[in-house]
Design a protein around this ligand. Structure first.
Ligand SMILES: N[C@@H](CCC(=O)N[C@@H](CS)C(=O)NCC(=O)O)C(=O)O
Length: 201
């Protein structure tokens, strides 16, 4: 059985959501960020971590892609061939290094960094995030999902970021991006993932 290691309210939410979408049994193992338990599994001390037998996979996008590849029959992975892989990689990198970056930066300066190095990044984060929402709108190009008409691991990652932005009250000034987030976040299995460790208690 898979073990999804993380803390409540962390990026483990996307791993649990992915596992629910794939219909795979799993155990949620709760550890604190940068705890000895986290460092034992990930040199960065960060979560989430997926344990699959002897294999440990770190970093949420890599975990989602690994799971999609492993359960390819469920149709949540890249389209066939090198072009399909490039399309998936491009979405995953956009999601983490562009859309998520301002969200993460804001959160770190609010809650995670030592108090003496925190600064007010709120306006810069809001500016960058608004620009990436426009990019997401253009990238979706009116399609229901990132890869066109099928739901994939990319939508789990992006949807999780949308939920994060909404919780952090970062405005999403795009009707179609809001409709996209509504569409993916309302999937019934996501609620199960939230109840099983994806959300704060
Ligand atoms: N690229 C990693 C980032 C992991 C990450 O930063 N996780 C956060 C929790 S969501 C964490 O463990 N933070 C601890 C810290 O930054 O000190 C991923 O996508 O999983």
């Amino acid at each position: 059985m898979y073990k999804a290691v993380g803390s409540r309210g962390s990026r483990v939410s996307r791993v649990l959501w992915m596992l629910e979408e794939l219909g795979q049994p799993y155990e949620f193992v709760e550890v604190k960020l940068r705890s000895p338990e986290a460092y034992a599994l990930n040199p960065s001390g960060k979560v989430p971590i997926l344990i699959d037998g002897d294999l440990k996979v770190t970093d949420s996008a890599a975990i989602c892609v690994y799971l999609a590849d492993k359960h390819a029959d469920k149709g949540m992975g890249a389209s066939p061939g090198i072009a399909g892989r490039a399309e998936m990689d491009s979405w995953m990198h956009f999601a983490q290094s562009e859309l998520e970056a301002p969200l993460w930066n804001k959160l770190r300066h609010r809650f995670l960094l030592p108090k003496n190095v925190r600064v007010d990044v709120g306006p810069a984060a809001a500016y960058d995030f608004a620009s990436e929402v426009k990019a997401l709108d253009r990238r979706l190009g009116g399609n229901p999902y990132a890869l066109g008409d099928r739901f994939s691991a990319v939508d789990v990652l992006l949807g999780d970021m949308g939920a994060w932005a909404r919780a952090g009250r970062l405005p999403i000034e795009s009707e179609s991006v809001n409709a996209y987030f509504d569409r993916v976040l309302s999937r019934p299995v996501r609620a199960r993932a939230q109840a099983n460790g994806g959300a704060m208690k």
